[in-house]
Design a protein around this ligand. Structure first.
Ligand SMILES: Nc1ncnc2c1ncn2[C@@H]1O[C@H](COP(=O)(O)OP(=O)(O)OP(=O)(O)O)[C@@H](O)[C@H]1O
Length: 205
């Protein structure tokens, strides 16, 4: 089952094309790590996939309701507790049960604490726990491990493994090694005018 297919996609930011000619397909259980230097267009690509901006060219095939996007901002409600934040999202996405999400990111002891009283890494863990309560099959994640310590990075990697094992898919921009056995795509090769390799296309089309 195809979860996400991009065909000859071009993405623009600030009126300029930053990525062009990108095609890929992710099926159930597939993930892809996006790499590339600062400014190469990883965020722009993820924003486009998430539907926050239209493609400059090409096609995106995915149910918009299937995508859960997590960006640099965690989108927490500071005056609500950890548990209330997750309950809020569960209500929003029409899912039930936050216990698994609390457990996956070791937040059970912080359930009653207000989000605004969490450390940066704890806030990020809560933001990532939200992915689990969305119930959405395609995760589009922009630098999800910022502020996380090694233990929390491992929790995140485990959450991704579980998501893929349940038939989900993930597109993850990260500069760090997550310990996941998934392919890496250098988005710099889709810079307008750059020669690109065919290795990725062979693996993913
Ligand atoms: N709000 C904006 N307005 C105009 N141009 C922008 C804006 N945000 C980013 N850009 C430009 O778009 C291009 C792609 O940026 P993007 O944030 O997608 O790159 P990135 O690969 O995610 O970078 P990083 O690794 O630094 O997060 C860059 O040249 C950047 O300067």
């Amino acid at each position: 089952m195809t979860r996400l297919a991009l065909t000859d996609l071009a993405c623009a930011r600030g009126g300029l094309i930053v990525i062009e000619g990108l095609s890929l397909s992710l099926g159930a259980g597939d993930a892809l790590i996006l790499r590339g230097p600062n400014g190469s267009g990883k965020t722009t690509l993820l924003r486009t996939v998430a539907g926050l901006q239209p493609p400059a060219a090409g096609r995106i095939e995915a149910d918009p309701e299937a995508i859960a996007y997590a960006a640099h901002a965690d989108g927490l409600k500071g005056t609500l507790s950890v548990g209330e934040n997750l309950e809020f999202w569960a209500g929003l996405f029409g899912t039930r049960g936050i216990d698994a999400a609390l457990a996956a990111f070791d937040l059970r002891d912080m359930r009653e604490r207000r989000a605004q009283a969490l450390s940066a890494g704890q806030k990020r863990r809560l933001g990532l726990a939200r992915l689990l309560v969305t119930g959405r099959p395609v995760w589009a994640l922009d630098e999800p491990t910022v502020s996380l310590d090694a233990r929390a990075v491992a929790m995140f990697a485990e959450a991704v493994r579980g998501h893929l094992a349940e038939g989900g898919a993930a597109l993850i921009a990260t500069h760090i090694e997550l310990g996941l056995d998934v392919p890496v795509l250098d988005v710099a090769q889709f810079k307008p005018g750059e020669a690109r390799t065919d290795a990725f296309d062979e693996a993913f089309l």
